[in-house]
Design a protein around this ligand. Sequence first.
Ligand code: SAH
Ligand code: DHB
Ligand code: MG
Length: 222
Amino acid sequence: MDRSLFTAVDDYLNERIVGSDSALDATLQSITKNGLPEINVTAPQAKFLAMLVSIHGSQRVLEIGTLAGYSAIWMGRALPKDGRLITLEFEEKHARIAKENIARAGLSSVIDVRLGAALDNLPKIEAERLGPFDFFFIDADKVNNPNYFEWALRLSRPGSVIVVDNVVRAGKIVDANSTEESVRGTRALFDRLATEKRVRATAIQTVGSKGYDGFVLATVTQ
Ligand code: SAH
Ligand code: DHB
Ligand code: MG
């Protein structure tokens, strides 16, 4: 693996076609400045998510795992004026910084950051009848990927799209004997996807400035 080459290519793509602006730059800076983990999606990946949201015509998006709001801001911008994005975050510090970044991006009326463990907030979102959601981005604690996938199905409609981040982990995903909870969680998700009749799914391996990883793309068929 040549991470420096992957990063050089990401830099080239960003400069040529992805683009950025002061609100996005400030969001990325807020991650390093405040010592948050640098586990946001890359800019090309974020734009890819945003393009999926708009190609799909999504109006309601549910994100699990906010961090500083970087992916949320990209996706929030892809929504129509009356679109809504709810994003779930467990860490108070992350949620606070995300709200600042979202306000700076002018998206406070579009993006709703909900503080707390996602598995506590998902039943509330259901009870509030905020679904069905058109698009899900699952990007939090990987051990809960099967649980988040169940919730996404529950809050979906036929045609909803579900993206799950970090499903390759530099190839660790093929280790059936892995003792890493995150790998076991994501393998359990793949087992679930293998048998679930209500979804059509694929996964794409990726390289970039965050290394070698991948994402699942699934659509709900019924
Ligand atoms: N989607 C973001 C990155 C999210 S990083 C981006 O690409 O910009 C994963 C986030 O999930 C972290 O901020 C972490 O605090 C949060 N998280 C971890 N476990 C969680 C849980 N059980 N419920 C909600 N959020 C959680
Ligand atoms: C981790 C989480 C992520 O969402 C990511 O994109 C990369 C790494 C992690 O928890 O290690
Ligand atoms: Mg991720």
